[in-house]
Design a protein around this ligand. Structure first.
Ligand code: FAD
Length: 326
């Protein structure tokens, strides 16, 4: 009932995907065939990751540009700032804006691992909240210069998303309480909505939302969902993010040798998670695809978010004004 009310009031849950730029030219054809498959379900947006310390600056930009020019998708460019000078971050943002990018996921990023002597840039942008503020400053400077052209060209307002952490940010040792304060700072700096780190229990997401709302966070918090069909990937993700995968999930997937059955069980577990967050009031789901469409689309299909979606037309400014507050 809750979901019906939510959908009635808000039209429908949003659906979006995370992709990463191809690691080498050979990976590109497969990625673009995945993009075409994902495009068929008319997602609200797709986000494109930015390699740690800006390693994929050129490939992220090229991919976002191609998404803009050759597909009907709305790309969100991830952007990190750790270790980069303010001047350089500004130049990167200007490049994206010149390409026509209007949506960013503003992240601090992580300092390089295994470099004990690493120091932040003395004239750097040190937190995601500072990056959101910088994005807003750059945009208002550009609008100031060419407000009339912007109105004539019907330029969409800038949309800025940020990260949120249902179980605290293990990479930084941040507790959930600290991360809620960080989220509040990002909202005050001008963030429009948040996307969460992976989690495996609806309670983790719902607990974060409750704590964030109590602290004054009002922006929509979109749960980031990983299809739970591949135990090897879950293990790697656990090492990377520090978010523990529940034993029951490994047991469920590991107790069969049949890949079809494993896929079915993993999809079922993912669908339960999606249903749990949507029933709890989540505004939509952001699926971590790992550049593969099958598991992502099976997950959405199982959760009745394809075809059965209340609205099949992508709202042009769904990302800019995601009026989806849970
Ligand atoms: P911040 O919000 O700046 O927080 C960093 C640390 O400082 C946290 O521990 C936080 O608690 C603390 N802090 C900051 N402000 C405050 C405050 N006001 N009060 C108390 N504590 C505070 N990384 C990449 O390199 N490339 C990507 O493309 C990428 N995509 C991501 C997408 C999503 C959806 C998520 C969830 C993460 C992604 N990451 C990516 C990882 C991310 O960069 C790291 O998790 C990074 O450690 C934190 O980034 P942040 O933007 O949350 O930083």
């Amino acid at each position: 009932r809750r979901r019906a009310e939510q959908a009635g009031a808000l039209d429908r849950p949003t659906v979006s995907f995370e992709l990463f730029p191809p690691r080498n030219p050979d990976a590109a054809p497969r990625l673009w065939s995945t993009v075409r498959e994902l495009e068929t379900v008319e997602p609200d947006f797709v986000s494109v990751t930015y390699g740690a310390a800006g390693k994929t600056r050129q490939t992220t930009r090229a991919m976002v540009r191609r998404l803009l020019r050759e597909t009907s998708l709305t790309p969100i460019a991830h952007l990190t700032c750790v270790g980069t000078s303010r001047e350089e971050v500004t130049a990167i943002v200007e490049e994206f804006l010149d390409e026509g990018v209007r949506s960013f996921l503003a992240l601090r990023g992580d300092p390089p691992a295994g470099e004990p002597d690493w120091r932040p840039h003395p004239d750097g942008v040190h937190t995601a909240a500072e990056l959101v503020e910088l994005l807003r400053d750059i945009e208002s400077r550009r609008c100031g210069r060419s407000a009339a052209q912007a109105v004539r060209a019907r330029v969409r307002p800038l949309s800025v998303a940020v990260a949120a952490f249902p179980r605290g940010n293990h990479a930084t040792g941040g507790t959930r309480a600290q991360d809620v304060q960080a989220l509040l700072a990002k909202q005050r700096a001008g963030a429009d909505f948040a996307i969460t780190q992976v989690f495996y229990e609806a309670e983790a997401y719902l607990g974060l939302v409750a704590e964030a709302r109590a602290a004054g966070v009002t922006i929509p918090i979109v749960p980031g969902i990983i299809p739970t069909t591949d135990p090897a990937r879950l293990l790697r993700l656990q090492e990377l993010t520090g978010v523990p995968v529940p034993r029951r999930l490994f047991d469920l997937l590991g107790s069969t040798d049949d890949p079809v059955e494993r896929h079915r069980r993993g999809t079922r577990a993912g669908v339960d998670l999606v249903n749990g967050v949507l029933d709890g009031g989540a505004p939509g789901v952001h699926v971590y695809t790992y550049n593969k469409h099958e598991a992502a689309l099976d997950l959405l299909d199982g959760a009745d978010l394809i075809g059965g979606r209340r609205c099949t037309v992508t709202a042009p400014d769904a990302v800019t004004t995601p009026d989806l507050t849970a």
